[in-house]
Design a protein around this ligand. Sequence first.
Ligand code: ADP
Length: 857
Amino acid sequence: MTPMLKQYGEWKDQYPDCLLLFRMGDFFELFFDDAVTASEVLDITLTARDQDKAIPMAGVPHHALDAYMGRLVAAGYRVAVCDQVTEPDGRTLVERRVVRVVTPGTYVPQESDGDGRLAAVAMNGDTSSIALLSAGTGLLEAGTFPADEALSLLFSFRPGELLVPRGQEADLSRRIVELMAEGGARPMIVPRERGEFSPQFASSWLCGRWGLSSLRAMGVEDDDPASGAAAAALRYLEETQFGGADHVHGIRPLLPEGMLILDQTTQMNLELVDGGVSLYSVLNRCRTPMGRRLLGAWITHPLVRLGEIEFRQSCIDAMVRDGPLLRSLSDALSGCRDMERALGRLSLKVGNPRDLGAIRDTLNALPGILEMLGREDLGALRSIFDEAPDLSNLRGLLSRALSDELPRAVGAGGVIRSGFDASLDESRDAISNAEENLRAFESSERERTGIRVRVGINKVFGYYIEVGRSYADRVPDDYVRRQTVSGGERFVNEALKDIERRVFRAEHEIGEREDALYRELVGAVLDRSMECQLASRAIASLDVLRSLAEAARDNSYVRPLMDGSRTFAVRGARHPVVERSLGVLPFTPNDIVLDPDSGEGCIAILTGPNMAGKSTYLRTAALVALMAHMGSFVPAESAHIGLLDRIFTRIGARDELSRGRSTFMVEMVETANILRHVTKRSLVILDEIGRGTSTYDGMSIAWAVVEFLGLHVEGKLKALFATHYHELTNMVLPGLVNLSMAVEESGDGIRFLHRVVTGPANRSYGVEVARLAGVPNLVVRRSQEILSGFEESSSKSKEGLGEISRKYAQKELFFDVEREGVIERLAMSDPDRMTPMEALGLVSSLRDKSRRILGLG
Ligand code: ADP
């Protein structure tokens, strides 16, 4: 063991669960198993430290640390950065220390988006307390909820890491597998000591930290276990960032009663935020990263308070009517950068001059924005900035101090604008004078020696006087030889060294001074970080509202009338996403009217062939409802929507394999969840339930579910139910109506009109759809025959169905005798009683026969 490896070992022992990145000169190296892991994840070469190749080693260049770290963290690893803290002197061992621990929930990348999402959850019987902390932006939210609701909120936050009291990790990961698994974006679960989650400990620690007498000041009760989760999250952030969490200024209560609940299945079913084409992608016209993040949050956390919804509506309304305002705000917002994240990075001590630049640019954009909102009719929009304080001093300071183009690191110059600091300017002058001195020195040397000398600089040897080979023996005595190059010889003399010393001193002074000024500026920004955060949040809100207004204007959305009634009446509704993806093809608008109070239907059964537009209609209802509760305008001709408390969806055909449960089981779990939690204020969307099991089971379950929804839920709720069980259209229930998708039939097929009409569909048209899909004619004809057989048969009992199928099977319509023979032979064989030779013989004879049948000779 060399002393260096011993030093490595000591640090690795302190961070056993991290990959240790160990600084050695220009590289960060990994050793042993860490090296093997990193070489696989990062696709970098695995080398060896010693001669015997016994110590595997892999390294990344220090300047690219951030990018590599991002990839390690994305792959679910924790990383400890062990840096050199003393300058190498070539003799003693350089001192090293772990300066940062980077984890999936706390990593805030330098260049790309992403803000480090950390969550903590403590389960306590029927309720769970959760805390959601954005490491990048410093926003900490916490609350206690019924267990499923808490998980829904966690799910929409998408944490990279999830802290949990030790002992609860198994239970939690089981629930996560049940509820959150989809595409592998599961958070890393980190068990922590139980004591860290104690509300008593938490509230006194947090109050001490923020100088409060009670957390109630921030809307959180002191004995609320949510404060425990919040403290656990914050301590973890401090621990991994070595104290850099000053940008977290308080807890915001997560308010369940302030939000419409979207359970996790609904969030996935409706394709709200993820993937290429989602509601988010249609609504996103944001100009700032802060706005884009907030838009995602608005979509997954719709409101239920009329006042807040109407406030957003009136802001959007003002902009929809005013195209020039929309455009000028768009330009002004484009000037804003990610101030929120820049602040976070500076607080976490991983910031750089460009983060200061982002804050400067954003503050510079603010006055223009406020001026645009100064008009009398824009009071609502303007009030978004009521809480944002005046930051013109900070803005002035940053504008005066920082260069226009900023480097990524301090130390190499270029951070501070000239004219800002006298001593810095002096050093800079010294350097530019040195340039002149150098030229003057060159011409005086030429004169003195009569040789064409050339003065230059080399990274390793510094300043030199170069002389062509043929003159080498004519140089004056004071020249000292330094280096031989292809064209000649290089020398120095005292006068040149003097110039060099002055330049180096000035460069050093510039570096030191810029570093000091940079730190002062960071200090000035962090002193006002809370105010800057308020300004960022106001900018984000304005950006989202503007984005919603632009989307509303471009896509002809209307302002929905929202009130406390139970009405859901949307005329000419369109699916916001399908409408966009159809391109030039027109989307057929449909009315969606469900009104428990008017005597019209409030539970609709929708039938029609596959591909006729049933799912689209159902999803349209859910999306219009959701958009309305976000405060957005909606894709319709008109809309009147009474406040909802929850939107439930059960939509089939998702890939359930990753969950290891049968499709039918998942369907029933989701249905059970709906039946247990619906209220008369809920909107329920059920697409094809009962599909995963046998016809009779499925139909009976579907029937009972509809009956339950119609009869048992505190009177009537609003539900849309798409089914292929025609039998359900015979159901009689108060408030139940039948709808179907209109289809145009012609001689040789059908055409989908995508229009919803009252009354049940005639029949299921499955056979026609099969034809449209390109199923061979032979099969289509045969299925038509079978179908008419079924339809003739009046009895639809199990026996009846069995009889019919046997009768048709005996016809042996399209199996010719020879094919049948092969199958029969196989069916009659008994592998248990065969010798290997007999089995081989059978395979070989069946093979010959099948080759003949297939015409392969
Ligand atoms: P179903 O659920 O009845 O099988 P879908 O709702 O999946 O049918 O619709 C099938 C396709 O028909 C959609 O992908 C869409 O392209 C188109 N479609 C559905 N509804 C409409 C509509 N209202 N206007 C235009 N095209 C539609």
